[in-house]
Design a protein around this ligand. Structure first.
Ligand code: NAP
Length: 369
């Protein structure tokens, strides 16, 4: 059995990865070795009544060198620090990574097998050893619109994202909940006695969100009761790095480039699941029925939600999609501005198809190869 090193399994992506590996019995097909950057020397996890060995130091290159495969959900800083050292030591194993550090390298493949299975298999045959999960919104967009991309029906897309707090990591979820709690606590009595005027309630809540006591260590500004229209660093095009990824990574995953994607990425106070609005220019006129069929047939997880109020509210929200592999896409409509223009809205669990699921499926492809 392959010896597989797991790094970053305590974080939010790593926890979901482990949960999925348990559900699919993946751990029975490998010899897992657990690493940590902060807790090495402590007991390993207990999974299905099996106690795993003491945690190894995730910076110890000699321990990592013994792995056939390493899966890391630790983040870019870790990858930048450890990966070059391992390769310099002539390590020939497979590196599977959730972080963006190596995504755009020439000798890495961005993995999303329902979309680029053939590319992944041919790269394994060519001897590629580095496989990286895509940006979460990019992977979720390609899962939703894969059929239209496959038939080269997309000329351009403008995307607005609505990204959950968990997209920024475990500590950010906790901060969002603390912010929600602080807002609620400040008006709890007023809400119970039902006597306070609504503008007085709003004023107290706004004052709390602007006070120095409000917890903003990680987001740096309020997210609860607000939105943050910037994710990741600024690059010199005026885009955020998250926005730049939409076009760059989609091209790399699909392996062709005669389309354009423009994106504006926004953090909202959802806990888990990213949502996205698309305005799409198609390369040719198609009926809505035809478009829906092409979308549905692409993969088994995407499903078209009828464009009506009850289906939209029931099936097309983070509350409905969280912790499922479903990729609903709805609000599909040909626009008044021209016959080749389409709107759509999709929701996907960014911790599953947007992060952990492509990694565990890549592990299985390598094990069964
Ligand atoms: P995270 O939750 O912040 O976890 C990263 C590491 O932080 C953990 O492995 C853990 O390392 C440490 N940590 C510190 N305090 C923690 C706490 N209270 N609970 C859990 N872990 C804690 O980061 P992440 O969101 O999983 O992201 C990991 C990588 O995946 C990043 O490169 C990210 O860009 C990428 N990614 C994330 C998402 C997403 O939706 N979150 C989606 C796609 C890709 P030690 O155990 O070593 O201390």
């Amino acid at each position: 059995m392959k010896i597989v090193g797991l790094v970053g399994w305590r974080g939010i992506v790593g926890s979901v990865l482990l949960q999925r590996m348990q559900e699919e019995n993946d751990l029975l097909n490998i010899t897992p070795v657990f690493f940590s950057t902060s807790q090495f020397g402590q007991y390993g996890p207990v999974i299905n009544n099996i106690s795993y060995d003491i945690l190894k130091n995730a910076y110890d290159i000699n321990s990592l060198k013994n792995m056939d495969i390493i899966i890391t959900c630790q983040g870019s800083e870790y990858t930048n620090q450890v990966y070059p050292k391992l390769r310099q030591k002539n390590w020939k194993g497979y590196w599977i990574d959730a972080s963006s550090a190596l995504r755009m390298e020439n000798d890495s493949i961005i993995i999303l097998d329902p979309v680029n299975y053939d590319m992944i298999i041919s790269s394994i045959k060519k001897g590629i050893k580095t496989f990286v999960g895509g940006n979460c919104t990019v992977s979720l967009m390609l899962m939703a619109l894969g059929g239209l991309f496959k038939q080269k029906l997309i000329k351009w897309i403008t995307v607005s994202t609505y990204q959950a707090a968990s997209g920024a990591g475990a500590r950010h979820i906790i901060e969002l909940l603390n912010q929600m709690g602080a807002l609620y606590s400040t008006v709890q009595k007023d809400l119970l006695n039902n006597l306070t005027a609504i503008l007085d309630i709003e004023k107290k809540v706004t004052n709390m969100s602007r006070s120095s006591n409000f917890p903003t260590d990680y987001f740096s500004v309020p997210l609860a009761g607000s939105v943050i229209p910037w994710i990741d660093k600024k690059i010199n095009t005026g885009q955020s790095r998250e926005e730049w990824k939409a076009h760059a990574e989609a091209q790399k995953i699909l392996g062709y480039n005669n389309f354009t994607i423009e994106s504006l990425c926004i953090r909202i106070g959802a806990i888990r699941c990213h949502s996205q609005t698309f305005f799409i220019k198609l390369t040719q006129e198609l009926s809505l029925r035809n478009i829906e069929d092409i979308i549905k047939q692409h993969n088994q997880w995407v499903n078209v939600v009828p464009n009506n109020i009850s289906d939209t509210l029931l099936k097309l929200t983070p509350a409905a999609v969280t912790n499922t592999l479903n990729i609903p896409i709805g609000r599909l409509r040909l626009l008044n501005i021209g016959k080749k223009y389409l709107s759509a809205f999709t929701v996907g669990d960014q911790l599953l198809w947007g992060a952990a699921e492509p990694l565990r499926r890549m592990l299985n492809l390598l094990i069964n190869y």
